[in-house]
Design a protein around this ligand. Structure first.
Ligand code: ADP
Ligand code: MG
Length: 145
């Protein structure tokens, strides 16, 4: 049974968003996902990692973001964690078009919700935020035994 996992901790800088995107694209290709699915995975990982950097850490680049990627035959799981400011009202934060920054679109969680099969946000004010996203892999490949 194919099963694999990655754990990566990196500095909270914008250029590392691209590295996270490349990593998930490589994993998506290895899993034989469609180009469309890979594009969507790149979007959701960008949104979650950018949120950690921009919102969690207020664009401070000397902090750390942790990324965990795991898959088995059933699902691909992506976890992005920061130890930043946290979210006081998660329900409000996840509303479409809500942003605490008037310059921003407030669509990050919308993309995560619509492109992934599960989205879970855990956050504690002044302690940080953990975003977990799951994509099911066996939709067209039901187990035969
Ligand atoms: N990791 C995080 N740490 C703190 N706040 C966050 C984090 N992720 C999201 N948020 C809050 O949730 C809001 C909505 O996030 P999102 O949908 O990505 O929109 P945007 O990034 O455009 O503001 C953000 O404006 C911010 O207030
Ligand atoms: Mg965002």
């Amino acid at each position: 049974m194919k099963k694999n996992q990655f754990a990566l901790t990196f500095s909270s800088t914008a250029e590392n968003v691209g590295i996270a995107r490349m990593l998930i694209a490589s994993i998506g290709a290895q899993l034989d996902l469609s180009l469309n699915d890979i594009e969507e995975l790149k979007v959701v990982i960008s949104e979650a990692v950018s949120n950690a950097i921009i919102h969690g850490y207020g664009n401070r680049s000397e902090e750390l973001v942790s990324l965990d990627i795991k898959y088995d035959e059933e699902a691909l799981r992506i976890t992005v964690r920061d130890r930043g400011c946290g979210i006081s009202d998660i329900e409000q934060a996840m509303q479409p078009a809500y942003s605490s920054d008037p310059e921003r679109m407030g669509l990050g969680f919308v993309f995560m919700q619509s492109f992934m099969d599960e989205l879970n946000v855990d956050s504690v004010v002044a302690q940080g935020t953990t975003v977990t996203m799951v994509k099911y892999l066996n939709k067209n490949n039901p187990s035969t035994h």
